[in-house]
Design a protein around this ligand. Structure first.
Ligand SMILES: Cc1cc2nc3c(=O)[nH]c(=O)nc-3n(C[C@H](O)[C@H](O)[C@H](O)COP(=O)(O)O)c2cc1C
Length: 188
């Protein structure tokens, strides 16, 4: 690991001497071969789970479902209303699943549905609970037509000192076409 990062620094230094944009070079690749990966996600109705499984299948590492205490009404309108109030109130539900040893991971893929333009309270609880400082966080978002909206910016805001990759996946529903190219573009 040390060797690889030293090599990375050397490459960046040479690149910079040659007049290139070393930061852009580093930003273009999220993955290094020796790094340990966690794919963490919250999914209410299954779309984000499907995308998480597809990512996990392609990048390996461990997969983790974020689950939390509390329930939502079955009726859709009431469910979305409760979710809206939770988001407006900054509600952070207690998590009922836990990652055994977060310190072992270098890269955390973090999946959330878009709820009212942002990440879900359960994903916010995850960000509040775990120390992701120094890790690369790669958001993947599923939505119902609104796209990424504030989701990635809010992950960034709630994850101090992590390296959040802004080139996030933002796919409609459970769409996975294009996922392999997106991962390839990130260096996986
Ligand atoms: C409470 C709630 C709020 C939502 N708000 C948005 C939204 O603001 N923009 C959007 O594009 N989709 C919105 N959606 C649709 C979901 O983002 C979309 O269906 C997502 O793929 C669901 O993921 P899941 O099946 O993993 O729970 C919302 C869905 C719910 C349940």
């Amino acid at each position: 690991m040390k060797k690889i990062s030293l090599l990375g620094t050397a490459v960046a230094a040479v690149f910079s001497v040659l007049g290139g944009n070393a930061e852009a070079l580093e930003e273009s690749s999220a993955a290094k071969p020796s790094e340990k990966i966690l794919v963490a996600y919250y999914s209410y109705s299954g779309n984000t789970e499907e995308v998480a499984e597809a990512i996990h299948e392609q990048v390996g590492g461990d997969i983790f479902e974020i689950k939390a205490a509390g329930t939502y009404p079955e009726e859709y309108q009431a469910m979305t209303q409760q979710a809206k109030e939770e988001i407006q109130n900054g509600f952070r539900p207690e998590l009922t699943t836990s990652v055994a040893d977060m310190s072992q991971y270098d890269i955390v893929f973090l999946g959330s549905p878009n709820w009212w333009g942002t990440i879900t309270p359960q994903v916010s609880s995850f960000l509040a609970k775990y120390d992701l400082r120094g890790k690369t966080v790669i958001p993947f978002i599923t939505h119902g037509g609104g796209g990424e909206q504030n989701t990635v910016a809010d992950i960034k805001a709630q994850c101090a000192d992590c390296r959040v990759i802004e080139n996030a996946w933002a796919g409609y529903g459970n769409r996975t076409s294009g996922l392999a190219d997106w991962l390839k573009g990130l260096g996986f």
